[in-house]
Ligand binder design. Structure first.
Ligand SMILES: Cc1cc2nc3c(=O)[nH]c(=O)nc-3n(C[C@H](O)[C@H](O)[C@H](O)COP(=O)(O)O)c2cc1C
Length: 212
């Protein structure tokens, strides 16, 4: 099993890093030979879409030329990391109701027309990647999901749409909420509750991915 392990927090000691590491450990227990590819976007952010990349993505004609110009090199490398993985594990904070910009910059390289997104003759988009499980550990200072939500959630719907667009539909979210308010023990207990959902989630998302 190849695991692509992505972290997005700029903080070395972070709740979302802790959560993603625990998910990777959980997956590795049942498969001790699992290999891990690391993308630490929090520590080593990608550049935002640069001029050449934005230009080749601006029309079907320039997109075809871009392959020879090498403007798609970073995008190609990142897409191949996703393709080489059997499972994706992402640790991310919620920033201003959605994903942090470092994760958005990664997504901007992964969602690419003609490579990871196809278009039918009628103009409908469909994903070109093989489905696989994607586990997302989220840390948020406040509460954005469930009965006690006090703020909008543009994170889970956004990631669901973005990954779905390329064919990754087997997502499982683990939101560790209220990190700004809860004490260490309460957060540790909530984290354990989230991690306890993994065995059932593995069956559900794994089976869904296999059906694709
Ligand atoms: C720029 C910024 C924006 C944030 N926006 C939100 C937000 O919209 N909602 C929320 O609940 N917490 C927000 N937070 C708090 C973080 O989600 C929280 O501190 C989280 O635990 C950070 O993740 P980490 O522990 O993995 O670093 C924000 C933090 C920062 C730095």
């Amino acid at each position: 099993m190849n695991i692509l392990h992505i972290d997005c927090s700029p903080r070395p000691e972070s709740h979302s890093r802790d959560l993603s590491a625990a998910i990777v450990s959980h997956l590795s227990v049942t498969d001790p030979d699992a290999s891990v590819i690391r993308r630490d976007l929090g520590r080593y952010p990608l550049p935002h879409a640069e001029s050449d990349y934005a230009t080749v993505l601006s029309s079907p004609g320039t997109l075809a030329e871009g392959v020879s110009k090498g403007a798609l090199g970073l995008s190609e490398q990142l897409i191949q990391e996703v393709e080489a993985a059997d499972v994706l594990v992402i640790g991310t904070p919620m920033n201003n109701f959605t994903v942090p910009s470092v994760l958005k910059a990664w997504i901007d390289q992964i969602l690419r027309m003609g490579r990871t997104i196809g278009v039918s003759p009628h103009g409908e988009k469909f994903g070109l990647l093989q489905d696989k499980p994607v586990y997302v550990g989220i840390a948020s200072g406040g509460v954005f999901t469930g009965d006690r939500a006090r703020q909008p959630d543009f994170l889970i719907p956004y990631l669901t749409a973005a990954f779905g667009c390329v064919g990754l539909n087997s997502l499982h979210f683990l939101p560790l909420q209220a990190t700004a308010f809860l004490g260490h023990d309460e957060l540790a207990a909530n984290r354990d509750v989230l991690l306890a959902t993994l065995p059932a989630a593995r069956e559900a998302v794994g089976a869904a991915a296999l059906r694709q």
